[in-house]
Write a protein that binds this ligand. Structure first.
Ligand code: PEP
Ligand code: MN
Length: 472
């Protein structure tokens, strides 16, 4: 017997190859039954030098088992719908660019711990359930503003994520290698396996709130504040336990994997038809988002996202026209499904109060339900005097404050935050009580792409956001 959410084997959809029929299912999305997509312009695709090699990798990916299940994606859509109604809050956190090298148990655990700690702070501080997602198990592709990187007069293809090439500035390393698509798939599978074990196997049990606060972070200001809160939570749990209550929800957490759907070859190869409903799901991750550089209304990314039933996100930057965003929302959520579409706004601290109101007003007037999420990282990237790509903690906070203020004014719900962070004690963003100064950036600047909040800065941010959320 097939499990309830089994996904069609490649042979099954191969049988459907001849059908050009478009099926309308469950009032959800228009799914091309043949799993073929029109040849639309796709921005930011890797310049693969060898298309035969590419086709070999893609053919292998088409045979791979799914990393996530349709039913899990549907459940996430329902959770996101609650955030859209103001009954939950989304927390997405993780690397700008995951790397194969950092795909270790320690690194994954540290990132998970950070998100769990932030989530407890938010839940406790604002009395709201938190929908937890990681930029994890698939965040291996990077769009770049420059396709070529120049150093000392030498030009090379930019680093495009570990799924495409390597960071090292060397010709062989920078050559896009389709074998890396398979490595990215396998690395994502191992990461997700570990995350499932951690979140289901006792590590995420609420009685572990203290244990997540170990090592360097415990002595920091944010860590100490966390410890006090954890004591209160412990007390409440002991009280409930003494009363005979020990709900399942305290022992396990739902944790979802999210990444940017950037490479059309990778995402299409991992799209399957759910045998239960006939809908297509991109089984490379639960939540896929369209980046700021690939949200062209007539482009391949928006069209692809419109054909899959996963919950979808779209980044919205300060140059977006409100009319275009409404049109994109119409294409991505034609049946007005709550939780289907998150608009992840990343305006920058200086522009959020100017640019966001009009977009919120026009989308709201359209009646299309969306979850409003704030990414306070990508509009706030700058170069430090000593030449590092960095972000100021204060800019991050200022943008989140602006985002809350705009939604309060508009009467819409601030549904969540989307953060680049790591579980380690890095020095990539300036500021916070950790007191990272520009001069410290060189100490532990480890990111493969954008600067991330370290563990302490992440906890501090969570306390500040919990405060804003409780006063919303
Ligand atoms: C990112 O999330 O890492 C990213 C590149 O964001 P954006 O598309 O908003 O610039
Ligand atoms: Mn980034």
């Amino acid at each position: 017997m097939k499990p309830p959410h089994s996904l069609a084997e490649p042979t099954l959809y191969a049988e459907r190859m001849n059908s050009s029929q478009v099926q309308k299912t469950r009032g959800r999305v228009e799914t091309p039954m043949n799993l073929e997509w029109p040849d639309l312009a796709a921005a930011q695709q890797p310049p693969w030098p060898d298309l035969v090699e590419l086709e070999e990798s893609v053919a292998k990916l088409r045979q791979m088992p799914p990393l996530v299940f349709a039913g899990e994606c549907d459940q996430l859509t329902d959770r996101l719908a609650a955030a859209g109604r103001g009954e939950a809050f989304v927390l997405t956190g993780g690397d700008c660019a995951e790397t194969f090298e950092a795909n270790t148990a320690d690194s994954i655990r540290a990132r998970l711990q950070t998100v769990l700690q932030m989530s407890v702070i938010l839940t406790y501080g604002a009395s709201l359930p938190v929908v937890k997602m990681g930029r994890l198990a698939g965040q291996y592709f990077k769009p770049r503003s420059k396709t070529i990187e120049m150093r000392d007069g030498i030009e090379m293809t930019s680093y495009l994520g570990d799924a495409v090439n390597a960071l090292e500035f060397e010709a062989g390393a920078r050559r896009p290698d389709p074998q890396r698509l398979l490595r990215a798939y396998h690395a994502s599978g191992s990461a997700l396996n570990l995350v499932r074990a951690f979140t289901m196997g006792g590590f995420a049990d609420l009685r572990q709130v203290h244990a997540w606060n170990q090592d360097f972070v415990r002595d920091s200001l944010a860590g100490q504040r966390y410890e006090l809160m954890a004591r209160d939570i412990d007390k409440a749990l002991s009280f409930m336990h003494a009363c005979g209550a020990d709900p399942d929800e305290f022992q396990r957490v739902e944790f979802y994997a999210a990444h940017e759907a950037l490479s059309m070859d990778y995402e299409r190869a991992l799209t399957r038809i759910d045998s239960r409903t006939g809908n297509a799901y991109d089984v490379s991750g639960h939540f896929l988002w369209i980046g700021e550089r690939t949200r062209q209304l007539d482009g391949a990314h928006i069209h692809f996202a419109s054909t899959i039933s996963n919950p979808i996100g779209m980044k919205v930057g300060p140059t977006a026209s409100p009319e275009d965003i409404v049109e994109a929302a119409r294409i991505l959520n034609p049946n007005n499904i709550p939780g289907r579409l998150s608009l992840i706004t990343r305006m920058g601290a200086d522009l959020v109060r100017d640019k966001l109101p009009d977009i919120v007003a026009k989308v709201d007037a359209s009646g299309i339900p969306v979850v409003w999420v704030c990414d306070p990282m990508h509009g706030n990237t700058r170069e430090s005097a000593n030449g590092y790509k960095t972000r100021l903690f204060d800019d991050v906070i200022t943008e989140v404050e602006g985002y809350f203020a705009v939604h309060r004014e508009a009467g819409t719900f601030p549904g969540g935050i989307h953060i680049e962070l790591t579980g380690d004690d890095v020095t990539e963003c300036v500021g916070g009580t950790a007191g990272v100064a520009e001069g410290d950036l060189s100490q532990r600047y480890e990111t493969a792409c954008d600067p991330r909040l370290n563990r302490e800065q992440s906890l501090e941010l969570a306390f500040l956001v919990a405060d804003m959320l409780s006063k919303r």
